[in-house]
Design a protein around this ligand. Sequence first.
Ligand SMILES: Cc1ncc(COP(=O)(O)O)c(C=O)c1O
Length: 367
Amino acid sequence: MYTYKVAGPQVGIEQEIIRKSCEMIGYGSQSNGTFPTGGSMSNYMALVMARDTKDSHCREKGMSKPMIVYTSRESHYSNSKNASFAGIGKSNIRYIHTDSKGQMLPNHLEAQIIKDLDEGFVPTYVNATAGTTVLGSFDPIDKIADITEKYKIWLHVDGAYCGSVIFSDKFKYLVDGIERSDSFSYNAHKMLGTPLTCSVLLVNDKKHLHNSFSNDADYLYQTDGDDFNLGKTSFQCGRRNDALKFWTLWKSIGTNGLKQIVDQQFELADIARAYIKSNPDYTLYSFDDSISVCFNYQGIDPMTLCTALYEHQITVVGFGSFNNDTFIRLITINTNNKEYDILNFFKVLEAYVHKTSKIKKEVLEQA
Ligand SMILES: Cc1ncc(COP(=O)(O)O)c(C=O)c1O
């Protein structure tokens, strides 16, 4: 995938997906992108572009002043790893408070930026999330963009988990303001269900990809023009043609089909939430317009229950935490599931709890 000479049609396929995606989110004629190895790598590439944009000498000479990264407490853990890889340092990440739905609080973000400026730090990069890993919350991009534009800070929107809402007329409002970001990533291998890996990173101005990731290599680049020599804008040299998986899916079901995939996941989450709300044995921790359905059952410790379900080969479901609560976390991301499967999940869980509490009771009675 590094030169047109070697990978002609595959390069065309990747560029076509990128062009269409950029159009959908309202990026302009200078936009472009690449297919990194995943959402973590997309966050990393965005951070490196932010760093090099803030300090154009950084690539050659290294960092001269401490740069600061901002992200919410609910963001993906790759932000922490990436800060160390990029030479920023983990302690130069500011974790911004969220509201009760896990969305970054813009006023806290601005207050922290002002404090850092006062103390001589260089605010460099904001990583907002479209679909936080645990709760599936969406940070308020428009309000965050007001701040990043004001202080000239790179805004990346990490949509690895739920950025594919851009395909849904009904749910794309969740990323309102996305066209104001400097970069945006989404994983087709998550919401859209392509085989792993299939991650898209888009940049509002392609020169940043080139500035941060190009390197001359006479043995490779032997044709004129670099628009189709993707090695000049990608992290690796050789890459898999991940775009082909997405291209075949898109061609086979159309944009409308992708929209239905996304909408159905929200419908399945609605079904799960409605079931939980209608049953007093359950406590619900999540909210509408999220495909992460977080709950507890009969006040049972979620870690104990999830581990027991797994160890007894009943079903596999994880748990997560937000603020002081820990809960079971059901993700309705598999579009092959139907209403029956979601309701059956609860039936299986309840049957297991019922059976185990009956056994415990019998043992107690015999004692
Ligand atoms: C919000 C978010 N960002 C990034 C990632 C990392 O994506 P990947 O596994 O493709 O590296 C995830 C994975 O769950 C995620 O939820």
